[in-house]
Design a protein around this ligand. Structure first.
Ligand code: ZN
Length: 411
């Protein structure tokens, strides 16, 4: 029923919904069923009689309809009412390809949701947990995961990695110290590009294969920043031997801080003055309050093992500021001598690790790359893990990490 009232065109409901769904010929809405009791709206879509469709395979225009199959899709809610689209989807008879199912413009093949509904799910999943999304839209979480998996896979295949050449490798634990995974990141673009299932040497190979599968040559990587962890280095030697390795200096400082704390913890049993002073020794001296500074100065005057360990740490801190590799190597040698003669076992151990990975440590003076970017990505990964709360399937974890920390583009 169309009528004209003061220049406003009133259209019937079928035309209104056809337009609102963005349908174009030959598709249009032919029936609307609304049930307030069931809280749902059902829209029946059909194609015009005698319509022909292009073949989905060879794009041969004007193929005859062979038969049809009834399908249903969940669509965006109509106000608070769940909305479903129904249509008989035609199969066409193509002269070249035989009988083929036509693609409908509102949904991708095989999905029980419309494209707009899936976009909503993607949008929500960037802001909240998958369990939360499932609850908001009233769908099973597994179906939400399938939508996310599809779009994340597709977006990852479209990422342009042609400029990728600085790789950051970092481990993180899933259940505090029990299950480890490894993130591989593009340090310049600060995005996670691959998530390995362990921290064993095989993960490097898996990463390289993933890269190749995406049409990227692993040979374009010329710098790798990682922790002093033998399995990674083993994998790097085998699969990315062209790349220069730089050890993450934050990781080395972290190891040294752990060593200082071990020394302090043992010493405090005999020397009460050291109790409750853990953070005085670990914090950057510049970040101490004047009160803490005074306390530290007094402690340093006592003949303490902890104070000796602390001075060794400060000496290594100066190494990170050096930029001339020959000068830096010289400095590090002196530091090594001092540290290994300190008679402080935890400090000697860190010094020996540095000796074993010497070139990768000295490399920092010229490359100046660190995994600092990865630290930021790690906090994103933690956020992602929270979004996946209750779902520990590796495929799901990957999906959510790529979604949150992969800088993917969905279109
Ligand atoms: Zn065809």
């Amino acid at each position: 029923m169309k009528s004209k009232l003061k220049g406003i065109v009133w259209m019937d409901e079928l035309t209104l919904f056809t337009m609102a769904l963005g349908l174009s010929k030959p598709w249009h809405v032919v029936d609307i069923r609304f049930s307030k009791e069931e809280g749902r709206l059902d829209l029946e879509i059909d194609f015009s009689k005698g319509a022909k469709f292009p073949c989905p395979l060879c794009a041969e225009e004007e193929s005859e309809v062979h038969d049809t199959k009834d399908r249903t899709w969940r669509h965006l809610n109509f106000f608070q009412y769940e909305t479903y689209l129904h249509a008989r989807v035609p199969r066409v008879r193509c002269g070249r390809c035989g009988i083929r199912q036509v693609e409908v413009p509102w949904a991708r093949p095989g999905s029980g949701f419309t494209l707009l509904f899936e976009m909503l799910v993607l949008q929500l999943s960037r802001e909240m947990s998958v369990a939360g999304v499932a609850e908001v839209v009233g769908e099973q979480a597994n179906r939400i995961w399938r939508i996310l998996g599809h779009y994340v896979d597709r977006a990852r295949r479209q990422v342009d990695l042609s400029g990728f050449h600085i790789l950051g490798i970092d481990e993180f634990s899933l259940r505090k110290g029990h299950v480890y995974m490894t993130s591989f990141s593009d340090l310049e673009a600060s995005r996670v590009i691959y998530l390995g299932e362990s921290r064993r040497k095989e993960v490097v190979e898996e990463f390289v294969e993933d890269l190749r599968g995406r049409g990227t040559d692993p040979g374009q990587i010329d710098l790798v920043c990682c922790d002093m962890w033998d399995p990674y280095l083993h994998g790097l030697r085998n699969y990315l031997s062209q790349a220069r390795v730089v050890f993450d200096h934050f990781h080395i400082v972290h190891q040294l801080n752990k060593a200082i704390e071990k020394v302090r913890w043992l010493e405090q049993k005999e020397n009460k003055a050291l109790k409750k002073t853990k953070y005085l020794w670990l914090r950057n001296p510049r970040n101490l309050t004047s009160e803490q500074e005074e306390q530290l100065e007094e402690l340093k005057r006592l003949d303490l093992k902890t104070a000796r360990a602390y001075h060794i740490k400060l000496a290594l801190a100066r190494f990170w500021e050096l930029r001339d590799p020959i000068h830096a190597a010289c400095y590090l040698k002196r530091w090594y001598f001092w540290a290994t003669h300190s008679r402080l076992k935890p400090i000697v151990e860190v010094a020996k690790a540095i000796k074993r990975y010497w070139n990768g440590v000295v490399s920092y003076t010229t490359s100046r790359i660190t995994n600092g970017v990865v630290e930021g990505l790690n906090s994103k990964i933690k956020t992602a893990m929270k979004r996946a709360y209750g779902f520990k399937h590796v495929a799901y974890l990957r999906t959510i990490v790529y979604l949150v920390a992969g800088k993917l583009c969905f279109n």
